[in-house]
Each structure stands twice: as structure tokens, then as C-alpha cells.
Design a protein around this ligand. Sequence first.
Ligand SMILES: [Zn+2]
Length: 239
Amino acid sequence: MKEQLELLWELQKIDLELKSIEEEKDRYPKEMKKLDEKQRVERERIEKEKEKIESLEKIRRQREGQLSLEQEKVKRAEGRMSEVKTNKEYQALLSEIDTLRETNSRMEEEILQVMDEIDELKKDLSKREKDAGLTLEKIEAERKKLQEKMAHDEKVLDGQMERREVLSKQIESKLVKLYNTLKEKRQGVGVVGVKDETCQGCFVNVPPQMFIEVQKNNALIRCPNCNRILYWEGNGKKK
Ligand SMILES: [Zn+2]
């Protein structure tokens, strides 16, 4: 019986490991999705900045087009100077030219402002692109690590499944059946250790006489409270 219990205990440890790997496996797709989302946000932010710069460039081109039309007007007005006959006409033309020039210099001012804004944004963008590059690299590294972990888990899973098969065959089928039933009903734990006279599955005390018997690991003893098979791991040994 002792050997059987030891095998069962080992089986339990494998099953717990398998369970935690399965839980991890459920987590991976979510982690991947999170990384995708991070990447998307980062790229979108850069795209938005680029769009803003493009729209400003468009404004700049429009203003420059308008300005050159206005400059044409000034030239034409200047060309009319030679045709002027009276002083009154001369004064009128001068003031027209002045007004046009004022408008033009306002437009030039505006264009310069837009250009400054574009320069500023471009500077920000190149810094942001650098930062984003680093962030994206980090995300890529995380993704790779996750993939490696997934592959590793898959390997461990396969190995442990095989070991489980072998172990199961070494244990009396009646015992395996009991263990499987208990495991299903009791959150994956069918065999459980006892520590300080307490069942480590339900944390209820076991009777002193039973505790003495459990320490021998010689008989199939089940917790009076949770029904799990009790196992003695020895004193001071790690879990
Ligand atoms: Zn119990």
C-alpha cells in the first residue's frame, strides 16, 4: 500500500502541474491580444501625428497659392503706375498697392506660423517614432518570450502526460478510479497532505489516532471531512 500511495502522490503532483499549465494556456491568447492592442495603439498614435502634419502641409500649400495670387495683384497694380494720368489716380493706386502689400505680409506671417508649427510637430514626431520603436521592440520581445513559454509548456505538458500514463498503469485501477472521482469533485485534488494534524485540502483537523495512522502511509485513509485520500509527506519536508 505504501508504494501505491507514493505513486498516487506522484500522480497528484503531476495532475496539479498539468492543471496549472492548462490554466496558463488559457491565459496566453489573452496576453497575446493585449500585446496586439498595445501595438495597435502605439501605431495609431504615430499615424495621427502624421495626419496632423499632412493637414498642416496642405494648409501651407493653400496659403502659398493664395499668396502668389496676391503677389500677382501687386505686380499688376505696379504695372499700372505708368498709365496713371492724374495725381488723384496716383494716390489711389498707391494706397491700393499698400493695402495689397499689407495683406500679403499678413499672409506671409501666417505661413511662417504654420511652418513653425509643422517643424515643431515633426520634431515631436521623430522623438515619438524613436520611443515607439523602442516600445514596439519591447512588445515584440514580450511576444517572443510568450511564444517560447507556450512552446515550453506544451513540451512539459506532453512529457507529463506520458509520465501520467505510465504511473497510472502502476497503480491499482480501483485506486486510480477513486482518485479520479475525488479529483473531479474536489477541485483537482484527490490526494492531500496532512500537516499539524490538519488535512491540507479542507483544513479541518483529523482525529489524533487517524493522524498517527496516516503518518505510516500504510493504509488508505480518507479525510473525515472532505473525503480526500490522506498522505503523509514527512516532517519538515517541503510541499
Ligand atoms: Zn479534508
